[in-house]
Structures are given as C-alpha cells and as structure tokens.
Design a protein around this ligand. Structure first.
Ligand SMILES: NC(=O)c1ccc[n+]([C@@H]2O[C@H](COP(=O)([O-])OP(=O)(O)OC[C@H]3O[C@@H](n4cnc5c(N)ncnc54)[C@H](OP(=O)(O)O)[C@@H]3O)[C@@H](O)[C@H]2O)c1
Length: 66
C-alpha cells in the first residue's frame, strides 16, 4: 500500500492478487484451480489501464477482505 500511495502520482498501479489454490509443483499439485484459471486475475491486473484501481487485494471474485 505504501508503494501504491507513493507511485500513483506516476501512473503506476500496485495491486496484490489471490489466484486461488492453484495446481502447481509448489503444493505438490494439490491445488484445485488450474493454472489458466489462477492466471486470469494476474493477467487482468497486469493489463489495467493507467486509470485503473491501485492498492487493492483482489481475486476473480472481487476484493479479498483482510
Ligand atoms: N499455487 C498456489 O496456490 C499459489 C497461491 C498463491 C500464491 N502463490 C505464489 O505464487 C508463486 C509461484 O508459485 P507457483 O504456484 O506458480 O509455483 P511453481 O509452479 O512451483 O513455480 C515456482 C517457480 O519458482 C522457481 N523457483 C523456486 N525456487 C527458486 C529459487 N531458489 N530461485 C529461482 N527460482 C526458484 C521455480 O523454478 P524451477 O521450475 O526452475 O524449479 C518455479 O519456476 C509463489 O511465490 C507462491 O507462493 C501460489
């Protein structure tokens, strides 16, 4: 959030994403979300326009409460 607040004036967005519990080596393939499904929120955030949201923590279902 400190990076987001500092960099928003430069048009740089900082967001955190929860891809879900993804089937990869890191969890010995116990995840129940495919890599393609987990990547969706990451791609969406990586391709936001310059006027998009910043300092968020989101999944494909919306904001993650924390
Ligand atoms: N899977 C999930 O459910 C999930 C959910 C939330 C967040 N994450 C986070 O997402 C990140 C990637 O996880 P993933 O699920 O995509 O795992 P992954 O498919 O197992 O990929 C892990 C990657 O990290 C690389 N790596 C491991 N140790 C390394 C080291 N010492 N130096 C350089 N590279 C190293 C591996 O390289 P090699 O292939 O060469 O070994 C591999 O490319 C992790 O930080 C994880 O905590 C994962």
């Amino acid at each position: 959030m400190q990076y987001a607040n500092e960099l928003r004036k430069n048009g740089i967005l900082i967001n955190a994403a929860d891809p879900g519990y993804v089937d990869t080596e890191i969890n010995n393939h116990s995840g129940y979300v495919t890599v393609a499904q987990g990547a969706a929120v990451l791609v969406r955030l990586a391709t936001l326009g310059g006027d998009g949201p910043t300092s968020g923590f989101v999944s494909e279902d919306g904001p993650v409460p924390w």
